[in-house]
Design a protein around this ligand. Structure first.
Ligand code: GRF
Length: 217
């Protein structure tokens, strides 16, 4: 069974999607703990409500980012996860902490990377006038939002879309994308070998695309 640690700073809807999928048996996994840099994160409340270990660490009590990360990942690794999912985790992770966990650290980002890195991705997409937007699950590398992309979900931009309406539609697909990607990990089908993602032992030329049936073709 795939052991997942979750890092979250805010709302926690992706966390909730994982909790719910595990509960109904559509994701064969166990959440080893939920870890946050924000004691007030609703994600922590969701964890507690689901009976999961929930921990918050205050970055302000650490002199340096690296010291915060050492403490945070000390707790994360103590829960013995196979993978660590950043699900709305808003802090930059120091490069050494990222490198030590190469191939085990995942992020979900609300855009079709490499387009629209950083914050306010829905507003960025609308400002750019694209017809298609979406979400990506990628391996984290020291290059922010720049690590190899495993899978994406595409969402059409509709006439009259505002950042709010677009973000709601992307979020719904994003949850399904994250779950489908984690099912691949649970089945042992994904690995990062050197710079290349391998799925079923073959290098992945372009990110997997979530199909209408919420799975990969
Ligand atoms: C999501 O849009 C995710 O892609 C981004 O932060 C948001 C987190 O939402 N990284 P939630 O906390 O999971 O509801």
């Amino acid at each position: 069974m795939l052991r997942i640690a979750v890092l979250a700073s805010g709302r926690g809807s992706n966390l909730q999607a994982m909790i719910d999928a595990i509960a109904v048996g559509t994701l064969d996994a166990r959440i080893t703990g939920v870890f946050s840099d924000n004691a007030a994160a609703p994600a922590l409340r969701r964890a507690v409500d689901a009976g999961l270990p929930a921990r918050a660490l205050d970055p302000k009590s650490f002199a340096k980012r690296s010291a915060f990360d050492a403490a945070l990942f000390g707790q994360v690794e103590a829960s013995q996860p196979d993978v660590i999912v950043c699900a709305g985790y808003m802090r930059l992770i120091s490069a050494p902490a990222v490198r030590e966990r190469r191939g085990r650290l995942l992020n979900i980002h609300p855009s079709l990377l490499p387009a629209f890195k950083g914050l306010h991705t829905h507003a960025q997409a609308l400002a750019a006038g694209v017809h298609e937007h979406g979400a990506s699950v990628h391996f984290i590398t020291p290059d922010l939002d720049g690590g190899p992309v495993i899978a994406q979900a595409r969402v059409p931009v509709l006439a009259g879309d505002q950042a709010d309406s677009l973000s709601r539609r992307v979020l719904a697909r994003e949850h399904l994308l994250l779950l489908a990607t984690l099912r691949l990990f649970a089945a042992g089908r994904v690995a990062l070998l050197g710079e290349a993602i391998h799925v079923d032992g073959r290098p992945l030329a372009t990110p997997l695309q979530l199909a209408a049936n919420n799975d990969f073709p």
